[in-house]
Design a protein around this ligand. Structure first.
Ligand SMILES: [Zn+2]
Length: 190
């Protein structure tokens, strides 16, 4: 941040009185510009009508990680709930209609100031289509998942948790809730 969004005066970095962290401070109007983590929300759209269960992935048409596969996900907007954000991103990126289910994973990515949340979701039909942020959208069985071409560690961890729980659910087990802290060393191409 270079300029105050309230008065356009240049900001400086200071530790405000009674604070312990450096903040962008405007010395003209006195505004302290706090910066906090962003929430990324996505869905795990499942099609379980065929012989083998399949999950819908999108191949990214945008940076970062152009050309890599991801679950539909994106930044939460103001005035929406996390489930609404996941449903919206699934429609925008994959043109897919889903019935939202339970929250499934929470991944802290502290070094990039993000929290990622993924919901389980049931695909209502397979008339999906790539949105402007996707090159293609495709259903994958567990063995078809392009593990080496996934865009983000939060997606690969969520898919691993998901297929483990899906297998367990076939033998009377249940889907759980999974949380994980992704550290910088985790970031290599998982
Ligand atoms: Zn100002």
């Amino acid at each position: 941040m270079k300029y105050c969004s309230d008065c356009a005066h240049p900001v400086s970095v200071q530790i405000p009185k009674d604070d312990t962290r450096e903040r962008f401070v405007c010395e003209q109007c006195g505004t302290i510009h706090y910066q906090n983590p962003k929430v990324v929300v996505g869905a795990i759209p499942l099609w379980d009508e065929g012989k083998e269960a399949q999950v819908l992935l999108c191949r990214r048409a945008i940076e970062p990680r152009y050309g890599y596969w991801t679950l539909p996900a994106g930044f939460m907007e103001n005035n929406e709930t996390t489930a609404e954000a996941a449903e919206r991103e699934t429609m925008e990126e994959a043109g897919a209609r889903v019935e939202m289910q339970a929250l499934f994973s929470l991944l802290n990515v502290a070094h990039v100031h993000q929290v990622h949340l993924f919901y389980r979701a049931r695909l209502l039909d397979i008339d999906y289509a790539a949105g402007t942020e996707s090159l293609e959208v495709k259903l994958f069985t567990e063995s078809e998942i392009p593990w080496d071409e996934l865009a983000f560690p939060t997606v690969s961890h969520t898919l691993k948790f998901f297929f483990t729980d899906l297998a367990a659910s076939r033998t009377g087990g249940k889907f759980g809730f999974h949380s994980l802290d992704i550290t910088k060393s985790h970031r290599s191409h998982e």
